[in-house]
Write a protein that binds this ligand. Structure first.
Ligand SMILES: [Zn+2]
Length: 689
């Protein structure tokens, strides 16, 4: 009896889903199904790997790589559902399961990547790699070999033992960080009794605040917090004390002396990562992470980041001077505070670009943006069509399922859309998958897109801010990367590219939010059906270049903070929880990024990307891939904008290839030359005047 068959056949994870595209049967899945499936799935994969090791035929793609890629099917089925729901629909039950499943999975992954017999097989095949034809299999072999070495497969036994302990503890700590942050974020939502204090906030945001209060059994209004430091309401709330309260709540997350203090967790994470890097022969965690990226070295990362600081700060100071004048004109004295910035920046933008963000929102209704904007762009570029599948069920009420078809009418995959914020959902916006595309396994992709929009009261439309509009296009860029994947191996599918490249396709996709021909189509008043007036359209487009000083500084500050935490070596003295705030201030000051009015995009204590997610030492990726993005945007525009021909080239060379090719070489094939830095400098206003 194989371990997989030891799972109760009534458990919905016991067999492949028979729904279209292997969509998980959400309605049949109950919480008691997870742990048995995790255990059986891990045992089954260990047995599959043991069979590869025991195979006495000569090593080859067919005897090592293919069966390795095909292993773990049961585990993948349960893990993909479980971790998607942990992010989008957390419950107390899932939380308990997660605390058991995480260490189990960390130990399982270690058992596979440190399996001596498997490593011997992979190493033997790796030694013959020059004989393999160039292409996906050779690339996969290099990937597996590197993964195993980086995971400690070549270490002596005692090193491996310590690594296993570290991985176990790190996996527990990341879950603790996420959970404490989620709880503190909920607790710090700002509660207000009187509507008068919300003056300036658009009517539907007021309605959402009322609904949020009601949902928690409170009277009045509740301003809930989103993940980054900046909160959308800061741009419109007129009452300066309310703005201050909201801002202080945002930056207080995780650094209060309460049960949700994340400082002990994050300092422990930093120390363990440094120790692990040392064990694996790297100077620090950042060096370990970056070695595997397109950036390759910490030096090249620091060169990009520090090179942008001077011009960005200069830019931000000019913006600050202008905003401070507005503050004083309003009768306030003294310095512009961080809770004033967005408010006055919004007013400058309104005057200079005749842009009224709140006034624009009725033109950006979610369904119109989706059908006539996001889907239309994917159709114009890649020939995709999206059809609602009302017969298929998502994991929550309000999660819709779409089927994507190509031009020939062939089904490509499924896309689930989960737009709204819930207390049980983590902050931010992201794409993820339930099934990764793979020709080896015969799998077409099942992708999910998550945003955190405020749910409007029943019967009202969902109206987007410009930020949310841009985020929706961004996340859909990730969706396309997963959806258009056309590779053999799941390990190389879709978004399985170096992390400092993974934001590239999504950042490029943002460009279509600001394309006049598309804007005219989707920016239509939700009540009158009138298109966005041409003057407003121009201002929306030109206003995109305003405020880049602030945005670049907050990104640089967050990126350098991430690097500073992760460039600490194993021999450096540990930072104590009490020293977190001081450490943060010192790092920012050392780069001249200590502008009081421009806080980092994330403070350490609520920096989920690096302490709760997979972006440690990798937050630089956003700026790194923006260099490539800005250049690619110029390429698209130079080639006639939204055309099927450009889209096809981009799809063929890049989106469809996932990690099966050298992504930088693929990009050069699209551009016809190496990428340049100038388009980014120009976009962010960093070129000398
Ligand atoms: Zn992204």
């Amino acid at each position: 009896m194989t371990p997989e068959s030891s799972l109760d056949p009534a458990n919905p994870f016991a067999h492949a889903s028979d729904l279209p595209y292997g969509l998980p049967p959400f309605g049949a899945i109950r919480e008691e199904h997870y742990l048995p499936a995790f255990r059986a799935g891990a045992a089954a994969q260990r047995a599959e790997v043991a069979a590869i090791v025991a195979d006495d035929r000569p090593v080859s793609v067919a005897t090592v790589l293919d069966p390795l890629e095909a292993s773990g099917a049961l585990l993948n089925r349960v893990a993909s559902v479980f971790f998607n729901l942990v992010g989008s629909s957390m419950t107390d039950g899932l939380r308990e399961i997660e605390s058991e499943a995480n260490p189990l999975l960390a130990a399982h992954r270690d058992a596979i990547v440190m399996d001596a017999g498997l490593f011997a097989k992979v190493t033997e095949l790796y030694a013959q790699r020059a004989e393999l034809p160039e292409g996906e299999s050779r690339r996969l072999l290099e990937r597996h070999y590197d993964d195993m070495v980086r995971a400690g497969a070549a270490l002596p036994a005692e090193g491996q033992e310590r690594l296993r302990e570290i991985n176990q503890e790190l996996s527990r700590l990341a879950a603790t960080f996420r959970e404490d942050l989620r709880a503190d974020t909920n607790e710090l939502a700002v509660h207000l009794d009187e509507e008068a204090r919300l003056e300036g906030l658009p009517a539907d945001a007021v309605a959402s605040a009322r609904a949020a209060a009601h949902e928690r059994g409170l009277r009045g209004y509740l301003l809930t917090l989103i993940l980054p430091t900046g909160q959308p309401a800061l741009a419109t709330l007129k009452d300066r004390t309310v703005r201050q309260g909201l801002y202080v709540a945002s930056i207080s997350r995780g650094r209060r002396d309460n049960a949700y203090d994340t400082r002990p967790t994050l300092t422990r994470i930093v120390a363990l990562r440094a120790e692990k890097a040392g064990l694996l022969g790297f100077a620090n965690h950042a060096a370990y992470v970056v070695a595997d990226q397109t950036a390759k070295t910490v030096d090249s990362v620091m060169q990009l980041l520090t090179g942008l600081v001077g011009p960005a700060v200069e830019n931000a100071r000019q913006e600050q001077a202008e905003l401070t004048e507005r503050l004083h004109a309003d009768g306030f004295e003294g310095e512009l505070q961080p809770w004033d910035w967005a408010y006055y920046a919004e007013r400058v933008a309104q005057e200079r670009f005749a842009r009224d963000s709140a006034g624009l929102r009725p033109y950006f209704e979610l369904n119109s943006v989706l059908r006539e904007g996001i889907f239309a762009a994917a159709n114009g570029l890649y020939g995709l069509n999206f059809v609602p599948r009302k017969d298929l069920q998502g994991y929550e009420e309000g999660v819709d399922v779409y089927e994507a078809f190509d031009e020939s009418g062939a089904g490509v995959g499924l896309v689930l859309t989960d737009w709204y914020a819930r207390d049980a959902k983590r902050g931010g916006a992201w794409m993820s998958s339930f099934v990764d595309q793979s020709r080896l396994l015969g799998h077409a992709p099942v992708i999910v897109i998550n945003l955190n929009l405020n749910r409007p009261p029943a019967g009202s439309p969902t109206l987007l801010t410009l930020d949310e509009l841009s985020t929706a296009f961004h996340e859909f860029g990730h969706v396309l990367h997963g959806l258009l994947s056309d590779v053999r191996y799941p390990r190389l599918s879709g978004t399985s590219v170096p992390r400092d490249f993974v934001e590239f396709p999504s950042q490029v996709n943002e460009m279509w939010a600001w394309q006049p021909e598309l804007l005219r189509r989707f920016a239509v008043h939700h009540e009158t059906g009138e298109p966005l007036p041409e003057a407003a359209l121009d201002s929306v487009i030109s206003a995109q270049s305003y405020g880049q000083g602030f945005l670049t500084v907050e990104m640089l500050a967050a990126s350098l903070l991430d690097q500073a935490w992760h460039q600490r070596g194993p021999a450096d003295p540990e930072i104590t929880p009490e020293q977190v705030n001081t450490f943060e201030r010192q790092v920012l000051a050392s780069y001249g990024l200590d502008l009081d009015a421009v806080p980092p995009r994330y403070g350490s204590t609520y920096y989920e990307h690096i302490f709760g997610g997979g972006y440690s030492a990798g937050y630089y990726s956003y700026l790194w891939s923006e260099v490539l993005d800005a250049d690619t945007v110029e390429w698209f525009l130079g080639a006639g904008g939204l055309t099927r021909e450009s889209g096809e080239k981009f799809r063929r060379e890049l989106l469809s290839r996932g990690g099966s090719v050298d992504v930088m070489a693929a990009l050069e094939r699209v551009l016809g030359r190496p990428p340049r830095l100038e388009p980014l400098l120009e976009r962010r206003g960093l070129l000398p005047a």
